[in-house]
Design a protein around this ligand. Structure first.
Ligand code: FES
Ligand code: FES
Length: 176
């Protein structure tokens, strides 16, 4: 039998104790071991962003990291952001602006969008200005650049940016 190891994750505020094969990715731990199937497996190779979750306040591709590397970490998935009765503001904005079509990329897009706005607010630099010492601005360009790792086969990009702009409080000139 495959040797396992104990891994404790705090998922959506709840402590979950698991016995895992050390080779299990965080994505598979969430989906297969905790039945949290909101987080999607698109490519399983770090290329699509469908598996994006928030770990200790930062977004990561959960397919690219082992669950065992996150012992003790706080993980937020789409299930932890809001509930059908009480949507997270970003979830509500995606609904309002039709930020999805098939929906497969959407949990990752929403986790990434929430983190993107937090990153810009916190002043975490990007390559948009070409100068990593420049404080980033809350602009559509900045958001687009930071969301470039989240692929949408349905091409909902402009509606996603509209949703993010509303949450970020950016005036896009009345575009809806
Ligand atoms: Fe993780 Fe595509 S499934 S980046
Ligand atoms: Fe279908 Fe994005 S809504 S892949």
């Amino acid at each position: 039998s495959v040797p396992t190891m104990p891994v404790t994750l705090k998922v959506n505020g709840r402590t979950r104790e698991l016995e895992l094969d050390p080779r299990v990715t965080l994505l598979d731990a969430l989906r297969e071991h905790l039945s949290l199937t909101g987080t999607k497996k698109g490519c399983d190779h770090g290329q699509c962003g469908a598996c994006t979750v928030i770990v200790n306040g930062r977004r990561i591709n959960s397919c690219l990291t082992l669950a065992a590397m996150h012992d003790g970490d706080a993980v937020t998935t789409i299930e932890g952001l809001g509930t059908p009765d009480k949507l997270h503001p970003m979830q509500a904005a995606f609904v309002k602006h039709d930020g999805y079509q098939c929906g497969y990329c959407t949990p990752g897009q929403i986790c990434s969008a929430v983190s993107t706005i937090a990153e810009i607010k916190e002043g975490i630099p990007s390559h948009v200005s070409g100068d990593l010492t420049v404080k980033p601005q809350m602009t559509v360009t900045e958001m687009r650049e930071r969301m470039s790792g989240n692929i949408c086969r349905c091409g909902a990009y402009s509606n996603i940016i509209d949703a993010m702009s509303e949450v970020a409080g950016i005036d896009q000139g009345g575009v809806d």
